[in-house]
Design a protein around this ligand. Sequence first.
Ligand code: ATP
Ligand code: MG
Length: 268
Amino acid sequence: MTATVNNSPNLVSSPPGTPILEARGISKAFGHVQALKNVDFELYPAEVVALIGDNGAGKSTLVKILSGVYRKDSGQILVEGQPVEFHGPVDAQRLGGISTVYQDLALVNVRDVASNIYLNIEPTRFGIFINFKKLYADAQEILHRLKIDLPSVKVNVGELSGGQRQAVAISRALARGRRIFLLDEPTAALGVEQQDKVNQLILDLKAHGSTVVVISHNLEHVFKVADRLIVFRRGRRVGTRLKSETTKEEIVGLITGAIKGDAVEAAT
Ligand SMILES: Nc1ncnc2c1ncn2[C@@H]1O[C@H](COP(=O)(O)OP(=O)(O)OP(=O)(O)O)[C@@H](O)[C@H]1O
Ligand SMILES: [Mg+2]
């Protein structure tokens, strides 16, 4: 089966097969601000998708709808082709295998790396006591899988650098066995070396079969890791491109509106 996702006549723009997650015709308003207007979005297995667009384009709003934080006003979400309703983050995790890493990371600074990775899902003995031996061994194993180098799984997260904290947040998502990772601006506050680490993590997640969506304003970055780029502008999807079929110039044109995107003719 071949899936063609955009109406552009001369572009392929998507991998073949059924999307593992699909959003169709999603709209969302906040009062009189129409944050998303009839947006389609689809993810395929083991790909890295960059979601890009100017401030206020609707990127975070879509991520929050896909992670069950916001309710959509209209539209449909499908997991493996089956329609689903996310009534909250637990549904998105359980039904969609979706895990989100937000900018603020939501780590507990006064607890150690292992406890943060397994927060609320700590292995126990007799269902009561935390099995610390297993906790530390499992945490070590996750860090090893992601090739993350930390001083120790027993160090408090508050003592780590921005990049290391990002790595812990991503490990936490992986520990929950998710197959879709939504990363909202994971590198915005990081130095170059740490940014490279996060990029490497993204590629490692993909190598483990996961699909990663990365929101970023940094096109250099995005071009390093993404297989596909999806551009939002003013609440609409205006372009979907395989990295191999586009250039930074074209993407900038889509972001700014200098290049008329796919959704523009259909708009308003
Ligand atoms: N909780 C909210 N209440 C009211 N308006 C909101 C809310 N969240 C988003 N908006 C509005 O919806 C629009 C889209 O916002 P969103 O945060 O999705 O943009 P974004 O593409 O993530 O931008 P940025 O790159 O700046 O993070 C904006 O106009 C924003 O002001
Ligand atoms: Mg945002």
